[in-house]
Write a protein of this length. Structure first.
Length: 452
């Protein structure tokens, strides 16, 4: 990716070769025809515009598929999800408790059958990954083990605008250990006039204050701005100062190419079932503070001796068996990821997001000659190495108006206060035609807003 030409150059070269403009629908059609991953879209169910509650059928054809750009919050349903759920409901109906040990996904270890696929997605060894609990539960479990504050090393370094649940988890863990968050939460803010953190500023703080930092904890992709942090550099800097380093990768897993094992950090992920990663180097050196029977070696778990035979590494952090019905959607999703590679998805994502950025800059950049026309500022870094598949858009008109007008036209994205729309074209199922259509609907929405 680093050696690829900029998206603008690619788009202008392709459009010239095909005798069309870089903003034309014809170029979007050509890009989709050349997309080796376009078949994956058929693995998902795309809602029709008419089925979306906010849509206005006087403005848009209800029989069309919606423009679904909110996969960073909730992805589309894989078509195989219902099949797998029906299988488990039928198994429960026909064999009852025997479903724990029989069938295509025995309930007693159903999630463990998926961890090889998940490990591939995040660049880890299967034994370093556990599918368990929810995101914040996993954060707490890991912090209980890895956050061991002392009188001199008690700080947790994180973003000032971290995802609220991460912030609350860190704040409560600090209080639990008898420290004051005012003293122990070291929260970094962007420089004045900037909206994203500079990597050099993060590394400088680690270098200067690392001896007082117990844990460095950032997100992989910042939920509000879409910034992709340099996880490898941050991890290396933290380790050089003997800090534990963790990332909340809820917005990064399945979004960017990750190498958790090589980078050597621990993390938690989001979804119906969350995931956790602990590097194999910690398998025996750091143990969970809270135990449950699912952390017991599965070979002897059902002997019920009440003498813990703790599984090493992240598997020891398991507490209880997972609901089998939550395993089914995860299996359906991971099987689609297994049909390609994160490298291929990332390559498409860079072009897809760059195409969206190109069109937005073309149509909505502030024109000094017409300052009263609606315009858009992109908060997400322009460098593909510093973002995933999300662009965070800030508007010169009230964002809620824009959001409502887009919803009326069959666009699904999400709004974050105070003034941002998060727009996320996913390479698994979004097309270049989706991007082009979105921009056309955004133009219509802004035109309506400017008339109000």
């Amino acid at each position: 990716m680093d050696s690829s030409p900029p998206t603008r150059e690619v788009l202008e070269r392709l459009s010239a070769a095909h005798g069309c403009g870089p903003t034309s629908e014809e170029l979007a059609v050509h890009l989709d025809q050349q997309d080796d991953l376009r078949h994956l879209r058929q693995r998902f169910l795309l809602p029709k515009v008419a089925d979306l509650p906010p849509s206005d059928l006087s403005l848009v054809d209800g029989s069309q598929e919606c423009v679904y750009f909110v996969g960073n919050s909730l992805g589309l349903q894989p078509k195989s999800t219902k099949k797998y759920l029906d299988e488990e409901l039928e198994k429960w109906a026909s064999m009852g408790v025997h479903g724990h040990f029989h069938g295509s996904r025995p309930w007693a270890w159903a999630e463990e059958n998926l961890e090889g696929m998940m490990a591939t997605v995040v660049g880890a060894k299967p034994e370093e990954v556990a599918l368990m609990n929810g995101l914040t539960v996993n954060l707490h479990l890991l912090l209980l083990s890895f956050y061991k504050p002392t009188a001199t090393r008690h700080k947790i370094l994180m973003e000032d605008k971290a995802f609220p649940s991460d912030h609350y988890a860190v704040e409560s863990q600090i209080r639990l250990r008898g420290h004051d968050p005012k003293d122990s939460m070291l929260c970094l803010s962007p420089r004045p006039g900037e909206v994203t953190l500079r990597t050099e500023d993060i590394l400088e703080v680690i270098e200067e204050q690392g001896d007082s930092i117990a844990v460095v904890m950032f997100s992989g992709v910042q939920y509000y701005t879409g910034q992709l942090f340099d996880m490898e550099a941050i991890t290396r800097a933290g380790h050089e100062k003997s800090c534990f380093v963790g990332f909340d990768c809820a917005h990064a897993v399945g979004n960017v190419d990750m190498k958790l094992h090589d980078w050597g950090y621990l993390n938690s992920g989001a979804g119906g079932i969350a995931g956790a990663f602990v590097h194999e180097k910690h398998a025996y050196a750091v143990k969970p503070a809270l135990l449950g029977w699912w952390g017991h070696d599965w070979k002897t778990r059902l002997e019920m001796t009440n003498v813990m035979d703790l599984r090493p590494g992240v598997n020891g952090y398991r507490l209880s068996n997972l609901p089998a019905l939550l395993v089914c959607p995860l299996q359906a999703s991971l099987e689609i990821f297994d049909m390609t590679s994160m490298q291929a998805l990332r390559q498409k994502s860079v072009l897809l997001t760059g195409y969206l950025e190109y069109l937005i800059q073309h149509y909505f950049t502030l024109d000094p000659r017409r300052p009263h026309e609606p315009h858009i500022t992109i908060l997400t870094p322009s460098d593909p190495r510093q973002r995933g598949c999300q662009l965070s858009l800030s508007f010169s008109v009230p964002v809620r108006q824009v959001f409502r007008e887009l919803e009326k036209r069959g666009v699904v994205c999400d709004m974050r206060e105070p003034n941002v729309l998060r727009v996320a074209p996913l390479p698994l199922y979004n097309s270049f035609a989706d991007v082009h259509r979105f921009v056309e609907l955004l133009r219509a929405s802004l035109a309506t807003c400017s008339q109000k």
